[in-house]
Design a protein around this ligand. Structure first.
Ligand code: FAD
Length: 370
């Protein structure tokens, strides 16, 4: 292809697709994707993702708020169900570290609930050693639908997409970036690499500190309408973190939030192999906290991937060789909610040449050279 693009975005998953929508129409954009997005071979499958402000602090607070505004705006613009403001409930022991961290932040929406109120409003069984907090601004979004909308918006604004095309590397030549793929070389002035777990392949080039963790979520089939009013929930119990969603299409989805064991390379990701014990651990959680669901049949188990940094913050920064390339990745198991704000963040970065969010900078992991 002879065209010189203004911007090439590699990876049209969660974050890349939002950038594709955001920049298309403002400049000449090409999106390159190794599969056809959305798909089930990365980090965005599984039909629901929690969106919330609860639990975030520091540099995340403003972007969490902005993302909720933008999800609402997207929902208002379409008849498809993208964003559901179900509220969110956070529960755990005051002694559990993550739970303690989550509840100490000054979130004006976070309200402590009495045990009686929890049991009267939701199908949750309380125990006296647990504390319960409710965030009325939390809810969930539909990742596959959102990604399809972003890609379609980008195409309608003039963006081009090449699917089934794999990025290999890129080089800088005069003022151009030459992007090498298995379908040939594409030229651009700017580049965004939004590869999800594929970023692990660039670990040595960028001295990245990322790990890949296979995750499985379990769908329970139920006719019980009480689970329609369940808010999204996050629970910590003796360091075991469990999260889940209200009933959607007759199923309640529950997952374990954990880091490990990690995969050495993205090519070792095997979706067919079941993770030991996930269903049993979740079943034990249900027996204790959601007994109305304890005997529900498992309708399916879905596999997905966290790409995580050591400090669980994102990696969004310039290629040290050029302010025209941004690496956008490692969203550490909690990144989907923020994809809707990534176009705005990256536009500011390209315009100013500065990554103002210190928590996302590449340099935080680079070892001093002496
Ligand atoms: C089980 C599970 C539950 C989660 N729950 C939540 C939640 O409740 N709330 C939340 O906010 N977040 C959640 N997350 C995290 C969130 O889903 C991820 O942070 C987010 O999807 C990461 O987006 P991404 O764009 O980096 O990756 P992806 O969406 O995987 O996109 C990367 C894209 O790059 C493409 N690609 C890779 N390499 C190449 C290449 N060489 N050439 C071309 N294309 C390439 C891939 O095919 C893919 O389409 C969860 C994740 C998992 C796995």
């Amino acid at each position: 292809m002879d065209t010189l693009f203004d911007l090439i975005i590699v990876g049209l998953g969660s974050h890349g697709s939002n950038c594709f929508s955001h920049f298309s129409g403002k400049m000449k954009v090409l999106g390159i994707e190794q599969y056809v997005s959305p798909h089930t071979k990365g980090s965005h499958n599984g039909e629901t993702r929690i969106v919330r402000e609860m639990g975030y602090s520091g540099e995340y607070v403003d972007i969490a708020r902005r993302s909720l505004e933008l999800w609402q705006k997207l929902q208002d613009s379409t008849s498809e169900q993208i964003y559901v403001n179900s509220g969110g409930i956070l529960f755990g022991h005051a002694t559990d570290s993550q739970f303690r961290d989550y509840t100490q932040f000054n979130n004006p929406n976070l309200q402590q609930l009495k045990h009686q109120e929890v049991e009267s409003r939701f199908p949750i069984k309380t125990s006296k050693e647990q504390q319960f907090y409710f965030d009325k601004s939390a809810g969930f979004v539909r990742p596959e639908i959102a990604i399809s909308i972003f890609i379609n918006q980008g195409i309608q604004k003039g963006g081009k997409v090449i699917n089934n095309c794999r990025y290999i590397n890129h080089i800088y030549k005069d003022d151009e970036i030459h992007v090498y793929t298995d379908l040939g070389v594409f030229r651009s002035k700017k580049l965004i690499l939004s590869l999800g777990m594929g970023i692990k392949r660039l670990q040595n080039t960028y001295q990245l500190d990322v790990a890949i963790y296979k995750q499985q979520v379990v769908f329970f089939k139920t006719d019980n309408k009480n689970f329609d009013k369940l808010p999204v929930f996050m629970s910590e119990n003796n360091s075991q973190e469990v999260y889940g969603f209200p009933r959607v299409n007759g199923e309640v989805k529950v997952g374990l939030h954990h880091f490990g064991p990690s995969l050495e390379h993205p090519d070792l990701y095997d979706q067919t192999k079941s993770e030991e014990g996930t269903v049993n651990q979740i079943r034990q959680f249900l027996v204790k906290y959601m007994p109305e669901l304890k005997d529900a049949a498992v309708s399916r188990v879905e596999t997905c991937v966290y790409t995580s940094t050591r400090d669980h913050n994102f990696t969004i920064d310039f290629d040290p060789r050029s302010k025209n390339t941004i690496i956008l990745s490692a969203c550490s198991g909690h990144g989907f909610k923020f994809c809707i704000v990534m176009g705005e963040i990256l536009e500011e970065m390209f315009n100013t040449g500065v990554q103002k969010y210190k928590s996302f900078q590449l340099s935080r992991f680079q070892k001093p050279k002496f």
